[in-house]
Design a protein around this ligand. Structure first.
Ligand SMILES: Nc1ncnc2c1ncn2[C@@H]1O[C@H](COP(=O)(O)OP(=O)(O)OP(=O)(O)O)[C@@H](O)[C@H]1O
Length: 250
């Protein structure tokens, strides 16, 4: 069930992370991590609080610069000055990156203009429909609940039809219905590439093809979830972070 990191696979990797480290002063948030994600894979970054999941995801998104190592997206190295590669990714992080004084529709139109999206007006309406916010398009995100803001952030991330979607804790703060809506949206994302962080072993297991378990900044194991049961994954997860089954909260 536990497989080696897929860095040696023959297929062209959409994402390649090589020897990436991130330090903040004396804190090593991410410690010499390497992995690859193939086109069309959905990969979950799992691990306890402070493991380094968000830092890794933010480095993939170009929001944080690695202290050492390289990250390539679609064969191009992420560099601070080359913004073209960022057009191929959509990001949903804890910071919603929404403008509270614009309506939901205006937020999307603004983002569409930044990305020079063809047929922007129609695309914005289509994405609002996708995330089930068409009826609230004229309202401002300041009036939205956490779940609605998350949906609008997702709409913004999908707008420019990215090849890769990066989601930081997508399930946090969502009710059952919103989780189901998110699943439906991700289903429409089809065979494109998704990397997400989560504490939710069950939902992560349901959604992901692969789990990368991170602890204290290190990549501890790489689990093929398609070939695993939920129970086996849970055991592998707890073994990787060095605690007995059930001892670490979800
Ligand atoms: N901007 C920062 N400045 C200083 N330390 C940071 C910064 N960002 C993260 N860290 C530290 O890096 C380590 C990894 O943090 P990170 O947020 O990546 O973990 P995480 O796995 O996402 O945690 P959680 O599940 O709690 O969100 C932690 O020790 C954290 O305190």
């Amino acid at each position: 069930m536990t497989s080696a990191p897929r860095t040696g696979r023959a297929t062209a990797a959409t994402i390649r992370v090589d020897g990436v480290t991130k330090t903040y002063g004396r804190v090593t948030a991410v410690d010499d991590v390497s992995f690859a994600v193939d086109a069309g894979e959905t990969v979950g970054l799992f691990g306890p609080n402070g493991a380094g999941k968000t830092t890794l995801l933010r480095m993939l998104a170009g929001l944080v610069r690695p202290t050492a190592g390289t990250i390539c997206l679609g064969g191009s190295a992420l560099t601070p000055d080359d913004h073209t590669v960022y057009r191929t990714i959509g990001v949903v992080t804890h910071e919603s990156m929404l403008y509270d004084d614009l309506t939901a529709r205006e937020n999307l139109r603004f983002h569409a203009a930044l990305h020079d999206i063809d047929d922007a007006a129609r695309r914005c309406e289509s994405v609002l429909e996708t995330v089930n916010l068409a009826g609230r398009a004229s309202r401002r995100p300041a009036e939205f609940s956490h779940g609605l803001r998350k949906r609008l952030s997702l709409a913004r991330a999908l707008l420019h039809r990215p090849d890769v979607l990066l989601l930081d804790e997508p399930y946090t703060g969502l009710d059952q219905r919103s989780v189901a809506d998110l699943a439906a949206v991700l289903d429409t994302f089809g065979d494109r590439t998704v990397v997400l962080t989560t504490h939710d072993l069950d939902r992560g297991f349901d959604r992901c093809d692969r789990a990368l378990v991170v602890d204290r900044g290190r990549l501890e194991t790489d689990v093929d979830l398609d070939g695993s049961s939920a129970t086996a994954f849970e055991s592998a997860y707890h073994a990787a972070i060095g605690v007995d089954d059930g001892a670490e909260g979800r």
